[in-house]
Design a protein around this ligand. Sequence first.
Ligand SMILES: Cc1cc2nc3c(=O)[nH]c(=O)nc-3n(C[C@H](O)[C@H](O)[C@H](O)COP(=O)(O)O)c2cc1C
Length: 331
Amino acid sequence: MLSHKFCIAPMIDYTDRHCRYFFRKLTKKAFLYSEMVVADAIVYGDKDFFLKFNDSEHSVALQIAGSNPKNLSYAAKCGEDYGYDEINFNLGCPSKRVQEGNFGACLMNDLDLVESCLTSMIKSVNIPVTVKCRIGIDEDDPYVVLPIMIERLKKIGIKTIIIHARKAILNGLDPKENREIPPLDYDLVRLIKRKWPDLNLVLNGGVNSIEKAKKELNSNKYDPDGVMMGRAAYIDPFLLTNIDHIFFDEKKRDQTRFDIVKEMIPYIETEISCGVYLNHITRHMLGLFHGVKGAKLWRSYLSENAPKRKNDINVIKEALIKIEEVQKEVV
Ligand SMILES: Cc1cc2nc3c(=O)[nH]c(=O)nc-3n(C[C@H](O)[C@H](O)[C@H](O)COP(=O)(O)O)c2cc1C
């Protein structure tokens, strides 16, 4: 089984293939997740658009949402054919649009349907099918509903479960609030690990620093097998350069932020030559200088110029020169 010790969360509009390519320059070992893709979009839409990715992204999972077992199994098979390492089923998204389609977190209310969806996906592929869920929804008592669900998932052969350790409130909170307001309950995740030690369990929600990740993986014998980081990795991607060393015993990397940008340039040039707009890639790199001198200049130069000069790689080279100059200034 591929290691889930450190995963980077699926984030819609964020973790597209360009973002994942960029993350891969920062860590070779973290397990990457695609944005949520609705199964029907794969069935009826442009498969290359939804599924194509760069070989260097491995290990990478495709996250699928839906509630039609037939379409889900077809979408999972397409994911396998495109080369993804894992299919992850979304049982955590609380948005209204997703509820209208009867998928995401609201499915935690209908375990029979969850079972049919997962069983049909498992049957159609030879790669692992995993789940990302909440600890419960609305009025649920998570200490009752979560173990019931996990028991059933285990019975049908699910071995890896990523738990976003807070409830989803489907009526009354929007997706952003649903990532902040319902309290986190890491104890429940540890309780699940204690009940099912053979389960490959990944803790998600509020893991916002390397220190926190280390702590959650090393506090007692019921620790999760892995952590999944979302927002913090996007806001301050350079922190990912510590992962391979800290969590996977790899040699410490001495890459600088400048090295990372330089390593991205050939990829950006190739993508531009295929018709991709510069800002579709650079938008994921805005946080690279987070917390260091020149961060604001880097961000504003790219945000202002990349959307206007869509095919011009010089924008990024100019931004790099500007930030080099600022960093050389003696205060
Ligand atoms: C902009 C954004 C988009 C998200 N999109 C998805 C998604 O497509 N699928 C999913 O399972 N979770 C999605 N999430 C939730 C994250 O995967 C994660 O569960 C959540 O942000 C909590 O982790 P964090 O505290 O480390 O950010 C999204 C979160 C954000 C901030």
